[in-house]
Design a protein around this ligand. Structure first.
Ligand code: HEM
Length: 456
């Protein structure tokens, strides 16, 4: 029998407010009312036909069909993201150009290229950790952001040294801190707050930071264009060189505006997410000492813990990272998908025009899949495997995270490097339960995670 999808009985304004201020509370309320699939109105700017989903069978089918088999993943549904990544970003592209752009951007974040980043990631991590003196306290998020920012700068531009990169790093960091603060977060959802009312207004500050960043990126693009045209650096394999070299069927390359938006997308999506996961990981590893002991024991048995490939294959480290991504998936929702024709999925009737919002956070909190879901327990990933609709921190299908492989690679390497080199402890004020809170479009720790270096 095919069932109609029930609706949450609540006013749209109240739904939006709770989804912005207390997203996890909102999802729990929705699925307490109707577990599986529920009609909601929580995303501003989308049609009223929004369906929130925590049914793994529906999600698995959705991710298998979203290349146009009854469901699509059109960029205009991500309009809210345009204020951060720009209108020309991969995230905003419609299905055909999106497929072409993904074909271009996938190789630099996979396979051989990824392995080539191994030694670089270790060396960046060691440089940053060398500053950790015994007795000193440090903020996990700040340090993790420094590392992941340098990694993504290297992948995108081919290097991360020099005055201009330090300047760019500083600007992106300030922009992100503003956007992920409480006011910046509300601004993302309330257009009136984005108005430029002078350099002290939040809208004005964001605009000034963005135009300074744009200037720097444009200068970088122009220089690289000139050097490629002059025949220099033909062997370069970084993302910017790749984007500059690509041509469509008419022989046209990407415009500067397109290049700019793609660079911003990768720089922002590529470092804040991984830095947040690393911050959560450091919290749990030191809050539950048996986890740290387990990791150290495993690293001690590793044949060559300096070999990035061997680190990737450590089962307990993999389980710990998966459990961090399960309990704090960082991206709470998949990008919206659109139903193109009447469809039945897992016994539910979907209608053309339905906008599907896969709720990663709520799937990861299902007690039938993850017993005692609010407990941090890496062991569960050693005891069973999970399907694509059950454990999905990177989404799936047409818009599966482009940087998933890079993120996992760097998170494992950075954790292994840090744990082997330093003995750390949470400061007494931080060694207690840490609830998440919304930070822009993502979810992160509600308080700073501060650690003290005991020995190096
Ligand atoms: C642990 C870290 C990360 C998490 C949890 C994460 C999560 C996600 C999720 C859930 C999506 C949407 C997938 C969907 O709708 O099916 C996504 C998309 C995306 N991610 Fe990540 N991400 C991470 C790291 C990265 C990194 C390092 C990069 C850098 C290359 C990156 C670049 C992107 C891009 C470009 C998209 C859009 C893909 C598209 O529209 O086709 N992400 N990510």
């Amino acid at each position: 029998m095919v069932a109609a999808i029930p609706a949450l009985a609540d006013r749209p304004g109240r739904q939006l407010l709770q989804a912005v201020v207390d997203p996890i509370g909102y999802y729990r309320r929705c699925f307490r009312a109707h577990n599986g699939v529920v009609r909601v109105q929580m995303v501003p700017g989308l049609s009223a036909q929004q369906v929130l989903i925590n049914d793994p069978a529906v999600l698995q089918e959705l991710m298998g069909r979203d290349n146009g088999r009854g469901i699509s993943a059109p960029g205009h549904l991500n309009e809210l993201m345009a204020q951060v990544v720009g209108q020309h970003s991969l995230m905003l592209l419609e299905p055909a150009p999106h497929r072409a752009r993904r074909r271009l951007l996938t190789p630099p974040f996979h396979g051989e290229r990824l392995r080539a980043y191994g030694a670089l990631i270790q060396s960046i991590a060691r440089q940053v950790f060398a500053e950790l003196q015994p007795g000193k306290e440090w903020n996990a998020r700040t340090q993790m952001q420094r590392i992941t920012m340098r990694v993504i700068l290297s992948a995108v531009f081919g290097l991360h040294e020099g005055e201009r990169y330090r300047h760019l790093e500083g600007l992106l960091q300030r922009n992100l801190n503003l956007r992920t603060g409480r006011l910046g977060t509300v601004m993302l959802f309330v257009p009136a707050l984005r108005r430029d009312l002078g350099s002290w207004s939040p809208g004005g500050r964001v605009l000034r930071l963005e135009s300074e960043t744009r200037l720097l990126l444009m200068r970088e693009i122009a220089e690289r264009r000139r050097s490629l045209e002059a025949g220099d650096g033909e062997a370069r394999v970084d993302v910017l060189s790749l984007l500059l070299a690509c041509r469509d069927e008419q022989g046209e390359g990407l415009s500067d505006a397109e290049l700019h938006d793609e660079l911003i997308t990768l720089l922002l999506a590529g470092h804040e997410t991984s830095a947040t996961v690393l911050t959560w990981a450091l919290h749990w590893i030191h809050h539950q000492d048996e986890v740290r002991q387990g990791l150290l024991a495993e690293l001690a048995t590793c044949e060559n813990p300096d070999d990035p490939e061997l680190i990737q294959r450590l089962p307990y480290l993999n389980a710990v990272v998966n459990e961090v991504l399960r309990i704090h998936p960082v991206a709470m929702l998949l990008f919206p998908r659109l139903v193109e024709e009447p469809l039945e999925m897992a016994g539910w009737a979907f209608e053309p025009g339905d906008v599907l919002l896969g709720c990663i956070q709520a799937v990861h909190e299902r007690a039938d899949l993850f017993p005692e879901p609010l407990s941090f327990n890496p062991q569960r990933f050693l005891e069973r495997s999970y399907g694509p609709g059950e454990f999905l921190p990177f989404g799936g299908g047409a818009r599966r995270c482009l940087g998933a492989a890079l993120a996992l690679y760097e998170i494992k390497l950075i954790l292994a490097t840090l744990l082997r080199q330093h003995r750390l402890a949470l400061t007494p004020a931080c060694d207690r339960p840490l609830p998440p809170r919304r930070r822009g479009f993502l979810l992160g720790p509600s308080r700073p995670v501060r650690l003290r270096v005991l020995e190096s």
